[in-house]
Design a protein around this ligand. Structure first.
Ligand code: TYD
Length: 213
């Protein structure tokens, strides 16, 4: 049992989750909570090195199964070295993407059998999961055009076909439906300020519930 609180942000390309993760972390810190902002793939130095292999280079340079294995290797380091220790210290950990992204991208997007992904999960992080997950939902074309406007060299996933991005958006919605108590779906076409407020209210509500016996 931990006494911290683990929040993740999920969504397709260009949905604004990284901005919202940062804004939430800043707001909670300013309200006196201790928050740690981190990301996947990455978050610790070994996992950041794995990230470079995953996000740079040609779009077909890795088999989906290679991607999946690298993602779980990075995730195991991240969870054991950073996320769990921070939660055990009573901190709020906010992570930009987590396991649900592997189900959406490698499972629904690339077609790896979801049971195989579940199996890898049970071999590595087992039943460890976020307390709360925000899915920032945005039409695929809007997300892709937002994401291409930013000056970004991490384009391997952005360069996949539109049909890939549609599959992963459907995947995220299905995952959210299957885990409805953990997920909050946010309409990401609203303004940054509106989304920030909605997210903050949900978090403050859940943290209070979490503190009470
Ligand atoms: P991220 O930094 O969140 O990129 P963006 O903000 O552009 O969405 O994630 C990097 C890429 O890694 C992203 O294209 C999605 C991919 N990814 C997976 O395919 N599976 C995973 O499990 C994770 C965590 C990320």
């Amino acid at each position: 049992m931990t006494n911290g609180f683990f929040i993740t942000f999920e969504g397709g390309e260009g949905c604004g989750k990284s901005t919202q993760a940062r804004l939430l972390s800043e707001e909670l810190n300013s309200q006196g909570y201790n928050t740690i902002l981190t990301r996947e793939p990455g978050g610790v130095s070994s996992a950041e090195r794995i990230r470079k292999i995953l996000v740079e280079g040609e779009k077909n340079s890795l088999f989906p199964m290679t991607e999946l294995l690298l993602l779980f290797a990075a995730r195991f380091e991240h969870v054991e070295r950073k996320i769990k220790p921070e939660l055990n210290n009573g901190n709020i950990v906010i992570c930009d993407r987590f396991y649900d992204s592997s189900l959406a991208y490698q499972g629904y997007g690339h077609g790896i059998d979801l049971n195989k992904i579940e199996h890898l999960k049970s071999l590595t992080i087992d039943s460890f999961q976020p307390d709360l997950t925000f899915l920032l939902d945005l039409p695929v074309m809007e997300g892709l055009s937002r994401s291409k406007r930013t000056n970004n060299k991490e384009l391997r996933f952005e360069n996949m076909d539109v049909s890939f991005h549609e599959k992963l958006q459907n995947g995220f919605n299905q995952i959210a439906k299957n885990n409805s108590t953990r997920f909050s779906i946010i309409d990401a076409s609203q303004s940054i300020e509106q989304i920030k407020k909605i997210i903050l209210n949900i978090v403050l509500d859940k943290i209070t519930i979490n503190k009470e016996p």
